[in-house]
Design a protein around this ligand. Sequence first.
Ligand SMILES: Cc1cc2nc3c(=O)[nH]c(=O)nc-3n(C[C@H](O)[C@H](O)[C@H](O)COP(=O)(O)OP(=O)(O)OC[C@H]3O[C@@H](n4cnc5c(N)ncnc54)[C@H](O)[C@@H]3O)c2cc1C
Length: 521
Amino acid sequence: MTEPTPTIGTEPFSREPLSEDRLNQLVAALRPILGDDQILLAKTDRYNRARVPAPFPVHRWSERVPDVVVMPTSTEQVAAVVKVANELRVPVVPRDGGTGLTDGAVPMRRGIVVDVKKMNQIHELDLVNRTVTVGTGISMLKLNERLAQHGLFYPDDPASYPCSLVGGRIGTSGWSLIGSRYGHTRDLVLSFDHVLPTGEVLHVGDGIGQKISKSSSGYQLKHLFMGHQGTLGIATKATLKLFPKPEAELSPFWAFDDYEAAHACTGALARAGVATFAGAVLFDEHKVAYLRRDDEAYIPQPADVRALVCAVMYGYEDEVRAGGKRLFRIAKEHGARYLGDEISEGDWAARHDRYATPLHGRTKDGQVIPMSWHCEDAAVNFSNVPAVSRAWHGILADLRRKTDVFDDWGMFAYTSASTGVDYLTEIDVGIWEQRLDDAAWDAWVQAKREIAAVAIAHGGSMSACHGSCREGEVDLLPQELGKGFDVMLEVKRALDPNNVMNPGKYLLDRAYGRDTTDEGR
Ligand SMILES: Cc1cc2nc3c(=O)[nH]c(=O)nc-3n(C[C@H](O)[C@H](O)[C@H](O)COP(=O)(O)OP(=O)(O)OC[C@H]3O[C@@H](n4cnc5c(N)ncnc54)[C@H](O)[C@@H]3O)c2cc1C
């Protein structure tokens, strides 16, 4: 590896707002590119684009507010804005739906937030090759409303489906609830236009093809420019793979007397090789207890229900019926009790809105308090799911002994692939945001570090879908990636010589000879 280049600008490493002179200089440079209504300087416009889903350190909100927000409408405008940012050494942060759970869209070093929500057009629908080309500011919900008119759908289906956007899915390399059948964001996005940190534009896909799903030509650059959390540039226009809108959906929910049987059943369902199988979800005892205790949408089950499993199938009516029969047989062999059509259909249909409702948790002595939801995720092999679950609940129990600010809301494990090889494991944490202070925050960051360490110790990855650049977990990135982390630094420095693109994430300041890990904590 080569020696780091010396620090060039100051803003990409500073946490201070731009001085009035610098801000005026920046806005003057943006005016020829954008209309007045595309440059937002008001306090509310800027503060609202600092916020992300919990846990957000509300007591330190003002430290992360951008100096200016821009809302471009084309790739050319995005490129011109980034060019200005690079020339003036001002940080620039891409933001789509703002639902990311690892602080990716938070402007840690302030600067310009590029909000791409106005780039939400459908540019081309190719019914013959089954692709659609869209601006990256469109949501899957809106896109699918249009595609339904043609009997098609785009099956990227996160729990944040109505509010996360195609560009954010690319920036995080997202995970889809029905990915075991249709693939995840990386499989569904065929190609995209991408603005580099210097303002140059390139098209990445498999090879150079816009609508090609497999090429062996050159490096696989599409994957480099996905999941980088906005640190390598901004995707502006993407071509996506489409599927026939499924005729039938089957989502049976089964109850179990114990977690071990439910875990074994989940594995057996996934390994069965049923072609319409789109995923299985395992709810552990803590999750069932939380649902029974505090989730108003949940229909309480008898006390002997200790764990739940859901399997989901999509396809034509006849193939789903046949596959369903086989999965019901497997579930029965594992001691499952079917919860009935109403619960099964209702619970699966609610998968996108569970966290939209007001939530509450409990203090240790049982008092009900308002809490917001957060989840920590990891990618773990099937055989390691029980051990990781036990260790994670232990970490939260320790945290809860120290403070009432956090509550354990249980765990899910979801199949990531049709063979059931690995699972997205997620522990849901209730957070009493109004009570967060520096001590509680430090305890939380330490717990996150421990949660990430457990996943790595079990041969897993710290994140299956959200990314891992938040305080706490990010400290373990060099450990997880090994030599790969050095390569990340090299790539970052080569493509972003001035560290303007979303600085302060993924320990990438180290590429410029600065270790800012503990600064500002
Ligand atoms: C209730 C809830 C449920 C969730 N469920 C899931 C789930 O099932 N699966 C899952 O994968 N995630 C889930 N998430 C997390 C989140 O929705 C995803 O990470 C999503 O992909 C983020 O999309 P966004 O449009 O909100 O992006 P943002 O939060 O705006 O951005 C995410 C990251 O991508 C970068 N970025 C944004 N736009 C671009 C762009 N155009 N080009 C390049 N980089 C860009 C940002 O800088 C940031 O680092 C959930 C979140 C919530 C709140």
